[in-house]
Design a protein around this ligand. Structure first.
Ligand code: TTP
Ligand code: MG
Length: 395
């Protein structure tokens, strides 16, 4: 019989707030709210537990948070700083297990099946991680351990603040049973209401509901709901799928036709794209140019190359050729310029990386890039999720 899977979920406590407190220790144990621009349309990104006592929550307009907690300290925050800590966390986690899946800016899953032999127990391993993160970064990270991603995620939430919670092997369903259905990642207001209308309030009740009933109400996701309520999920811990294309585009402050400027912008963006391409260890066969004009019409031009390439110069020269041709055809002012590469292949010269630590570094840097790429400031509060989230909400 194979050993039961052991999955860890690590998540910084009040991440943005905690980073701010590193510079300003006087803010510790005070209500602190990070988020929004000072304009009225901003929303709360992170609220300290002291601020949460006043009802302040992530996603709420700053104006409302100010009414609820007028004495709180409000900070706009610096996303660059948070990204830096995020990457440092992922690197530390990556030192403990190469089987890592970063899911949000401050959280990751680790598959730690079999790692007890290295650390005495999985519990010890998690404690070592927490101590290491505290020592290296000065931040509290809470960790949940379970037999699946679902259980681990719920466990880390229950472990907060600054805690560690291990659900013993085989006890996932038992652990989840008494909890309200809203504790399950992915169950939002809509699904919760529908479950309530069926008289289902706890995860135990959800787990005990016949699959047919759930299917009638939630379609194919009925089965998933039932499984997740028992902490069953076969979803693997894996890096986000690698990019199939890489691109960069810029909208100018003012529409322009200045050819020198367009050329240098194209060159700059080619470097950005090239850097990422090489970080993935990939080569591209197709270059795409995108131009948007003052009247918002846009044009896309493509060039397929005889050989796959990965240098900034090659990307730029193909892009420049396309841009010259495009501008020759169309005389309007340019509003946006973009360049991208696709049809990516593994490069033969990269094979040397595929040994031991090299492979791990490659996997990690791909993960880091993915985070950098994916989690723009706004993406976090729309995209911060584990995979089930969209499933339930969108069906
Ligand atoms: P979370 O881990 O959800 O929240 P948190 O770390 O502030 O608090 P805790 O984990 O202790 O409950 O999100 C991590 C960071 O992501 C958070 O500090 C700020 C950012 N974020 C947003 O920008 N908008 C949001 O709506 C959410 C939920 C998070
Ligand atoms: Mg967090």
């Amino acid at each position: 019989m194979t050993a039961p899977r052991r999955i860890m979920h690590a998540d910084f406590d009040t991440f943005f707030v905690s980073v701010e407190r590193l510079d300003k220790p006087e803010l510790c144990s005070k209500p602190v709210i990070v988020g929004g621009r000072s304009d009225q349309r901003g929303v709360v990104s992170s609220a300290s537990y002291e601020a949460r006592k006043f009802g302040v929550r992530a996603g709420m307009p700053i104006s409302r948070a100010k009414r609820l907690c007028p004495k709180g300290t409000f900070i706009e925050g610096s996303f660059k700083k948070y990204l830096d800590y995020s990457m440092k966390l992922m690197f530390i986690l990556g030192e403990f297990s190469p089987f890592i899946e970063p899911v949000g800016i401050d959280e990751a899953f680790l598959d730690v099946t079999g790692f007890e032999s290295l650390h005495g127990s999985i519990h010890n391993m998690a404690q070592e991680i927490r101590v290491c993160v505290k020592k290296e970064l000065g931040l509290d990270v809470s960790i949940g351990i379970g037999g699946s991603k679902v259980t681990a995620k719920v466990a880390s939430k229950n472990a907060k603040p600054n805690g560690l919670l291990e659900v013993p092997a085989g006890e996932d369903a038992l652990f989840l049973a008494p909890m309200p259905v809203s504790k399950l990642p992915g169950i939002g207001d809509k699904t919760e209401k529908r479950l309530f209308s069926l008289g289902i309030k706890t995860l135990g009740q959800l787990a005990a509901t016949p699959e047919q009933t759930l299917k009638a109400y939630f379609g194919v996701y009925g089965r998933l709901l039932k499984e997740h309520a028992q902490g069953i999920s076969t979803s693997k811990v894996e890096l986000p799928p690698e990019a199939k294309s890489i691109s960069k585009e810029t909208t100018f402050m003012e529409d322009t036709r200045d050819i020198k400027f367009l050329r240098s912008m194209l060159s700059y963006m080619s470097e950005k794209v090239g850097k990422r391409l090489r970080e993935y260890g990939k080569y591209a066969k197709c270059i795409t140019l995108k131009v948007k004009y003052q009247d918002f019409t846009s044009a896309t031009r493509r060039k397929t190359l005889p050989h796959a390439i990965d240098s900034d110069e090659d990307i730029f020269s193909a892009g420049w050729e396309l841009l010259e041709r495009e501008l020759h055809m169309q005389k309007m002012l340019v509003r946006l310029l973009g360049i991208g590469v696709s049809y990516l292949s593994e490069g033969g010269t990269q094979m040397g990386l595929l040994d031991g630590s090299g492979l791990r570094k490659k996997r990690l840097s791909a993960a880091m890039d993915k985070i950098r790429h994916k989690y723009g400031f706004r993406a976090i509060y729309t995209g911060k999720t584990i995979e089930m989230k969209e499933i339930y909400e969108e069906e």
